[in-house]
Design a protein around this ligand. Structure first.
Ligand SMILES: N[C@@H](CCC(=O)N[C@@H](CS)C(=O)NCC(=O)O)C(=O)O
Length: 180
């Protein structure tokens, strides 16, 4: 699978061409699907993950288990990513000194909401191995990336020992591929 990088700091996802052809929402990641009937683009990371994992062991068959897994994927989008990932982006890539006044005003609220999200994960992970049960699912795939680098956004992972153990469990999975 080939990957194309876009520089979001330079606004490469906001060009008229990107908006018209790839994602009218101006954001990455976007999965490009080429088939005989043409090329289609699928924005939204969790939609792309669902497409790729469809039919695999990463999506439980049981109706409740599947919905419960989706619950954690919605949590990732609503409670986790906008706080944990956004703060990391602001602090690590934009730089604290370069934040706009509007961004600066949101830092404290995002820090508290991000801590709440990590604390909820930590308490849920006290009774099971993975986010949606004792087997790995797409919910873990959705939540792992920004959780394991949360320190880069100023979150102290040592405060969440069950989350730390879960990170180690995921990194020990046979087909785990580290992010570069
Ligand atoms: N809900 C979306 C979030 C996508 C998103 O916010 N992407 C950011 C980078 S992580 C982006 O492309 N920002 C560029 C911009 O807003 O111009 C997903 O999970 O795919």
């Amino acid at each position: 699978m080939d990957a194309r990088q876009y520089d979001i700091i330079q606004g490469e996802t906001r060009t008229p061409e990107f908006l018209a052809k790839v994602n009218a929402n101006g954001r990455i990641p976007v999965l490009q699907i080429d088939s005989e009937s043409g090329t289609r683009f699928l924005p939204e990371s969790n939609a792309a993950c669902w497409y790729l994992a469809s039919g695999s062991y990463l999506i439980p068959q049981d109706r409740f288990a599947q919905a419960d897994m989706l619950r954690w994927m919605f949590f990732e989008q609503y409670n986790h990513e906008p706080n944990v990932a956004t703060l990391r982006f602001w602090l690590r890539f934009v730089g604290e000194a370069n934040l706009s006044e509007q961004q600066r005003a949101q830092v404290m609220a995002k820090r508290m909401a991000g801590q709440d999200a990590l604390a909820l994960m930590d308490s849920e992970l006290s009774s099971r191995k993975f986010m949606a049960g004792n087997v790995v699912t797409l919910a873990d795939i959705a939540l792992f990336p920004y959780t394991h680098v949360a320190e880069e956004g100023g979150f102290a992972l040592r405060d969440y020992s069950n989350v730390q153990a879960w990170i180690e469990r995921i990194e020990a999975l046979p087909k785990f591929v580290p992010m570069v």
